[in-house]
Design a protein around this ligand. Sequence first.
Ligand code: UD1
Length: 419
Amino acid sequence: MDRFVIHGGRRLEGRVTAASAKNAVLPILAACLLTDEECVIRGVPRLEDVATMARLLETMGVEVAWRGRTVRLRAGRVSERAPYDIVRKMRASYYVLGPLVGRLGRAEVSLPGGCAIGARPVDLHLKGIEALGAEVRVEHGYIKARARKLRGAGMVLEGTNGPSVGATANTMMAAVLAQGITEIRGAACEPEVADLAAFLNRMGARVEGAGTPTVRVRGVSRLRGAEHRPIPDRIEAGTLAVAAAMTRGQVEIRNCRPDHLGVVIETLRATGAEVTARRTSLAVSGPGRPGPVIIGTAPYPGFPTDLQAQFTALLCLARGTSVVTESIFENRFLHAMELARMGAQIEVTGRTAVIKGVARLQSAQVMASDLRASAALVLAGLVARGETVVRRIYHLDRGYERLEQKLAGLGARIERLAE
Ligand code: UD1
């Protein structure tokens, strides 16, 4: 298990390139199951979650060939079973459900189980494919779905916490080969959903409205191979932007889509950071101590839950008291206790954290608990005086490609040590 050792106190300066979005890449890789022709995905980040998805697809019979960051996939004959051993490592494995039911009319996908940040049920995923006519049972920890022929249908896919990115994507992938028209209302509007639709359409699907609350899919009889370069990772860009603001540095993030970061940019500006948005890059500088803000996470285009932990770290240093409310996942303040060990003053009650800014954070030994919480601890380490050790970096590696190298390239003193 690797750890990071960080000597805080350096301003970050320079240019850095964000990777393609993990959350777009994962469903796009799964979508390759929908055709027996070769698909080529370019600019794929070498992340643990991507490796897990590739391994899962290989177990199911897909040929996967890497060359640098280009991956070629051919799903000639595929098995319908996604085994527990791999699914338990990554929830997003459930993305094979929709494509399998769409292409084979059957699927056996292990239930993913909960995770540190909350229960994360799959009811909406099942609702989506059941609405298309699949029969779904849960047996021995597996979701077993069967359908003679999927038929397009209307459905509302919103749950009590709002729309679901995963359920929208899964249902879209099942519907592209169904007979007739599907209308998903209450669809998630995240750019990653729209990017998946763009890829499906390149394969010959007819998906309209992805990126809005109503997605319409006209089923086709077959899909062909296609090439695609997924959109830039808005969460990685947001993390790097916070790193720039927190260290009072000046950083330009390339391969970035500021139009996907609207509220995030507004929030950064509200803390006093200077942000210049161009078409494909973002320049951020942090002239001084941030001002306090109020943040509430919400489905896109609201403030992303995946940047909540990083902004919480930033607000630990604010001149005043900030309030952060997490409305997507019920247990997503695991970083608060660890930040407190670094001198932060955070009080969490239910889904709300009240953060009293302090002038400085102190170095400490801390433990990562989940992907974005790890990023928050690394950010705190960049500004804390002395040596901070962040353990369990494997959580971070699931979603960031060598974050330490990107930060070191900007002047941070950070190194990875094998435990
Ligand atoms: C995706 C992202 C994750 C991000 C999240 C919210 C991927 C691989 N992961 O996760 O990084 O934090 O969106 O932006 O893209 N829910 C249900 N029933 C369901 C499904 C979801 O009640 O069947 C609830 C969830 O518990 C949560 C809310 O809906 O409260 C949103 O979850 P969802 O959008 O589905 O998240 P994921 O797709 O799992």
